[in-house]
Design a protein around this ligand. Sequence first.
Ligand SMILES: Nc1ccn([C@@H]2O[C@H](COP(=O)(O)O)[C@@H](O)[C@H]2O)c(=O)n1
Ligand SMILES: C[C@@]1(CO)OP(=O)(O)OP(=O)(O)OC[C@H]1O
Length: 162
Amino acid sequence: MIAVGQGFDVHQLVEGRPCIIGGVTIPYEKGLLGHSDADVLLHAVSDAILGALGLGDIGRHFPDTDEAFKDADSLKLLEEVWALARERGYKLGNIDSTIIAQKPKMAPYIPQMTEIIARALGADSTQVNVKATTTEQLGFAGRGEGIAAQSIVCLLKDVISS
Ligand SMILES: Nc1ccn([C@@H]2O[C@H](COP(=O)(O)O)[C@@H](O)[C@H]2O)c(=O)n1
Ligand SMILES: C[C@@]1(CO)OP(=O)(O)OP(=O)(O)OC[C@H]1O
């Protein structure tokens, strides 16, 4: 069985917050605002997995009204989401993701993000792809008001390889 899911998330960029993306703290003058650590990439990946499983989204599993998730480490949330996939017998096929940000430059941090996501999903880093794009200064991302991320995941169960 093959299950696919997609995830999309946006967080506002503000002063006085750390800029944590894909589990990596990126040195930058602003950071992402949220109830949790606001790791926009890990949220998109988590939502993609929940989508593939038909289990809603991270807001349903980790409500932003619950103090338990205040400043939560999104890597821990991703690990909890992945446990739901594992319990149902799924393995990771592959993940592809895009970070949409005018700044900061993501390229130097992408290998580390890839490793972190792969490790959380019990996968090899070759199964995880992370990309980044600007929006050529257009829209909220282009004005540096926020960062978005999108992700698509393919999960595999009982697949007989030829
Ligand atoms: N925040 C970003 C955005 C982009 N990159 C890298 O730069 C390349 C060119 O971006 P364009 O939006 O002009 O296509 C892109 O392919 C990424 O490799 C980045 O590192 N950080
Ligand atoms: C992750 C959660 C959980 O505290 O909070 P936020 O960091 O605000 O992130 P968001 O992507 O808006 O929604 C899911 C939330 O429930």
